[in-house]
Design a protein around this ligand. Structure first.
Ligand code: 2M8
Length: 438
């Protein structure tokens, strides 16, 4: 069974790999290269085709801007199956944008620090992989410097995101209260996603109006960071984004230390790391909820909802023993009842929970991978192995879907699999889960 699943996953990845040296998340629905998808995808390749793994990382990092920024989508081709595409985003408005690639002017969680380290763990030829890492690591470091120098508004080590698409958890109920503070125009545009996926599983038209409006504001100011920080109606501290940054700092520090002769960079990372960890715990951990929460900087208020991002800091060194225990307890009590697969993307006990709709409830395999490693790191082995076996069961029973219904007996559909099928990070992370002894 294990070998069969791996073979199927390899087929998915190989058929999503493109001539340009990058992998699309899913045919039709997502026809370009996405930043954090790319990192997870590289892990899958690394177990059976190391050159594709390296190519994937090399290609996305090649799209880095001169200021260290790495965009969330790189438009390698002219597909018209996705909206909004390159002509809407107009990354060339920014004076330091890549001249080689068209892209968006927003980013996604900075996964590449820990991706490089995991690639080293997986690679059989360590010397070859270390040579590759030596060539790429400064780009990842410059990306972290970009965040700390441009997005750390309060100089406390926490970096903001200015768009829900930067969070990766696009239409989470987390953002609903922010949408209430805005009144964007009703744009006329042709959605493409709903011609690939049932509309009940995707964001609404009105939600898209908000998404586009934030981009329009950023574009009016040529994607200038300081202007965005001043004017964007969406300005949020996200525990997922920040803990991924912290976790990637850890990896960069370890890798630079083993490469040697990089003291300045290591010092810079260590100093910022200290502040990031302290602030994450003091500003984003919500004691009463027993979870990390988001903070809305624009409206100066906490966003007091629990979602899978609330537990992501477990993947980093940030949580103290007490915090880690409290996170595991909250996850088990709210997300882990007997009839449910772990881990729903939004609090299943909350009225805003929707088991079928995109990031408003379904289980996502990339989040499960982060939570699995986080729980294990902090010694919660039972919960960790439940997340792993739930992930494998969901994929085995339903296929390589983008997201899954967390209800074990699902009254609404024959399958628990939703969104895009033959989805790359689902396939890649299944391989990494099954080959874990490496
Ligand atoms: C989803 O986001 C894109 C926009 O970036 C979309 O809905 O069009 C999210 O799940 C995001 O986290 C993911 O990286 C992307 C591609 O898989 O799809």
């Amino acid at each position: 069974m294990k070998e069969q699943m791996i073979d199927k996953a390899i087929q998915v990845l190989d058929s999503n790999f493109q001539d340009g040296g990058f992998t699309i998340p899913s045919k039709g629905l997502y026809p370009f290269q996405w930043k954090w998808d790319s990192g997870f995808i590289a892990l899958g390749f690394a177990h059976y085709d190391i050159s594709k793994a390296k190519k994937e990382v090399e290609t996305i990092l090649d799209a880095q801007w001169e200021n260290g920024f790495i965009p969330h989508i790189v438009f390698h081709n002219d597909s018209d199956t996705y909206f909004p595409g390159p002509n809407f985003h107009e990354s060339n408005l920014h004076p330091l944008a890549s001249k080689k690639y068209r892209s968006t002017g927003m980013t996604q969680p900075p996964v590449f620090g820990f991706i490089l380290e995991r690639l080293y763990e997986i690679a059989k030829d360590k010397e070859d992989m270390m040579n590759f890492i030596k060539k790429q690591i400064d780009k990842v470091y410059e990306n972290h410097v970009y965040f700390y120098e441009n997005r750390d508004l309060n100089n406390d080590g926490l970096v903001y995101i200015y768009h829900n698409w930067e969070s990766g958890t696009d239409n989470s109920p987390l953002w609903d209260d922010i949408w209430e503070t805005m009144n964007p125009p009703e744009y006329t545009f042709e959605r493409r996603d709903t011609s690939h996926v049932d509309a009940s599983q995707r964001p609404s038209k009105r939600e898209y109006d908000h998404y586009l409006y934030i981009i329009e504001i950023a574009k009016e100011h040529n994607y200038h960071d300081a202007k965005i920080a001043e004017l964007s109606p969406f300005l949020v501290l996200d525990p997922l984004f920040n803990s991924v940054l912290i976790r990637s700092n850890e990896s960069l520090i370890r890798l630079y230390e083993s490469i040697g002769n990089n003291e300045e960079k290591v010092d810079y990372l260590k100093q910022h790391q200290l502040k990031s960890v302290q602030s994450l715990n003091s500003k984003l951990f919500h004691k009463d909820l027993g979870a990390y929460v988001h903070f809305d900087l624009r409206n100066n208020r906490q966003i007091p909802y629990i979602c899978s991002s609330s537990f992501a800091p477990l993947y980093s060194s940030a949580p103290t023993r007490l915090i880690a225990e409290s996170l595991a307890k909250t996850m088990l009590e709210k997300f882990g009842d007997a009839g449910r697969y772990l881990c729903a993307s939004f609090d299943p006990t909350h009225e805003k929970f929707n088991p079928k709709k995109y990031w408003r409830g379904p289980v996502w395999i990339n989040m499960n991978w982060i939570l699995y490693h986080g729980l294990k790191r902090h010694g919660f082995y039972d919960l960790a192995s439940r997340i792993k076996s739930d992930s494998l069961e969901l994929i085995e029973k339903n296929g390589f879907f983008e997201y899954f219904d967390s209800r074990q007996s699902n009254p609404d559909a024959d399958s628990n699999g939703y969104g895009g099928n033959n989805f790359s990070w689902t396939a890649a992370l299944l391989i990494d889960f099954l080959k874990e002894e490496v």
